[in-house]
Design a protein. Structure first.
Length: 272
């Protein structure tokens, strides 16, 4: 691996390589360059997970022609496919070194080894949503009980934006979660459940099920499960499997022609 990265930097295949370097015994994201080629010897594989592709997106936004290499697990590759589709990265300018890991749940009959089963306390199981459940399990609660359980989870949110900031496929320049007409800005706690429902809608057809949002959440909200639900809807309705290919259309484009016609909003009728 290290020799391949050195060769890529030396022959100009890439300008930089995003990987991990141990700093004070902690593996941290690091940008290896041609100018400091000897540092590639410090490139390590690690169980640490960071959104390297998000770093690549920020770099490409500043320098569109930069050639980027990076370590890529299955989840990283799915994120790259989404970013290619949405024109956030140019696949011709990205080279990856595949890292072996267990397949994620987007592959049949498997789960990612980095997403270990959580120890969930009895109170959370009683009134909230167990992070280890599946969307089908949660549906068994029914609408009323399911609503109450999700509201318990959402009300814990402190609006730290950790879920958005770590997400490899959040790339909007103007974020709806900071739009005054949707979510109150500032240090106020988020509007519940609008904050999380707005984000869930934006994850439909984008979420690659890496689980980084849930890892980053200090309040242990089962965000991965929430986004699995919206992706399941997308899959059931449109047979759209997020991140499986760089060739599919963005989820925002269904067919070649827009056939929907704008119509005026009708006022609510008594009893609605």
């Amino acid at each position: 691996m290290n020799n391949r990265v050195k060769a890529w930097l030396e022959d100009g295949t890439i300008d930089v390589f995003l990987g991990y370097k141990e700093v004070d015994h902690h593996p941290l994201p690091y940008c290896f360059t041609r100018e400091r080629l000897e540092e590639v010897d410090d490139l390590v594989l690690s169980t640490a997970r960071y959104s390297l592709e998000k770093i690549a997106t920020h770099m490409a936004a500043v320098e569109p022609d930069v050639k980027i290499g990076m370590l890529a697990r299955d989840c990283n590759q799915r994120a790259l496919n989404v970013l290619y589709i949405w024109n956030q990265l140019n696949p011709d300018n990205v080279s990856t070194v595949s890292v072996n890991c267990c397949p994620s749940r987007l592959k049949e009959h498997a789960d990612c080894s980095y997403l270990e089963t959580e120890n969930v306390g009895p109170y959370k199981k009683q009134v909230g949503v167990d992070n280890n459940l599946t969307p089908e399990d949660v549906e068994m609660y029914g609408k009323e009980e399911g609503f109450d359980r999700w509201m318990y989870e959402f009300q814990k949110c402190i609006k730290c934006y950790g879920c958005r900031n770590i997400c490899p496929v959040c790339f909007c320049k103007e974020c709806s979660l900071e739009h005054g007409d949707l979510v109150r800005t500032g240090t106020l706690l988020p509007d519940i459940p609008v904050f999380h429902l707005v984000r869930a809608v934006h994850m439909a057809g984008r979420c690659i099920d890496c689980g980084l949002c849930e890892d980053a959440c200090p309040m242990d909200i089962p965000l991965r499960l929430l986004y699995q639900k919206v992706n399941k809807i997308v899959m059931d309705l449109f047979d759209y499997k997020t991140g499986t290919s760089a060739e599919q259309s963005p989820f925002s484009i269904l067919g070649d022609t827009v056939t929907l016609e704008p119509k005026p909003i009708q006022p609510a009728q008594p009893g609605d």
